[in-house]
Design a protein around this ligand. Sequence first.
Ligand code: UD1
Ligand code: UDP
Length: 365
Amino acid sequence: MKIMHVAGARPNFMKVAPVMMALGRKGGVRQFLLHTGQHYDANMSEIFFSQLGLPSPDLNLEVGSGSHATQTAQIMTKIEPVLTDYKPDMVLVYGDVNSTVAAALVCAKLLIPVAHVEAGLRSFDRAMPEETNRIVTDQLSDLLFTPSIDGDDNLRREGKRREQIHLVGNVMIDTLVRLKERADSKLSPQQVAEQCNIPAGMLSNGYGLVTLHRPSNVDDPIMLAQIIGTLLELSRELPMLFPIHPRTRHRLKDLGIQTDGARLFLVDPVGYLEFLSLQQAATLVITDSGGIQEETTYLGVPCLTIRENTERPVTVTVGTNVLTGQNMNKLKSSVFSIINGDARKGSVPHLWDGRASERIADIIR
Ligand code: UD1
Ligand code: UDP
């Protein structure tokens, strides 16, 4: 059996790694890893291949950045001859990025079966570009692997057949379970801080870990300035470490925001093991990332999500996630509640047990 995996952006790599390993253990499967090149900086792509034990991509389409239409179209144009040539029996696509939907569209026209890993998630917010990617990818997919039961419900409501939908659990958590000990033992948060040139001891009495990259937060200069102003204010109580996504880095540069002298530390994106180490020891995490809402839930670390909605509702109903919306007063009061010992106590959602990829491999083979 010939399987092609399509990955392109940072959160894809944590998802593809365990599925490739599980399929490899089955035997009888030839696997081809295609990197679209959507993300290309070393700290957004290359670093994850060595840390996660991924093989080098068999091919990188090197599409780079562009508008949604440009990026999606380039991936489609460049992937079509590869698919025609390689003739996979099935293509696996991951998550909700432009690379995901672009590959699914081309496969659908070439009548190549598509399996969507992380199917069924819905924010019900069409202003979010990923929501379109999720809906279209699921409509085009033959096999739908969901991380939580809400995914099954959404897909059934949208007319997908019961036999196409498989509740397998969360593959991103498979990677976390596999590498948690390594992150714990190899890299303390203090060591990561040192690597990031943060003054010694700055994180030893607790810290907040921040990531932001949603267009709704960072592409609107007023919103971004409000968030940074709030983080600066909060950093007087709790130092904040903020590994900055390149989209956000560009926007901050445009705004000319300075944080010199404050305890809000803006650093480059860090590797997976470094970020996992930082998450585990954080007092709290402030984010708008999809994957980080899930990882904090698994780790039991309080998470404040600067979004009005989430496509990952179990992180709120079962886990440690609180949606603050874009309300900075709510963000501040939530941070103070956590500092004062009143954090949401969550538990780990059903099937987030490190074995989702094995279930996927059992279904595919
Ligand atoms: C993309 C995904 C988003 C996902 C995020 C994960 C889509 C529509 N969006 O958002 O769902 O949550 O990745 O991180 O697919 N850039 C660089 N270097 C890079 C990559 C990007 O400098 O290696 C800069 C470029 O200026 C680019 C901008 O970041 O224009 C945005 O990149 P893009 O891939 O379009 O979207 P993300 O915001 O990264
Ligand atoms: N991550 C990382 N380094 C960082 C920030 C995040 O390795 O500096 C990891 C994080 O642990 C998670 C994934 O990147 O596994 C989430 O990706 P991202 O937030 O870019 O995308 P999203 O999940 O929002 O689509």
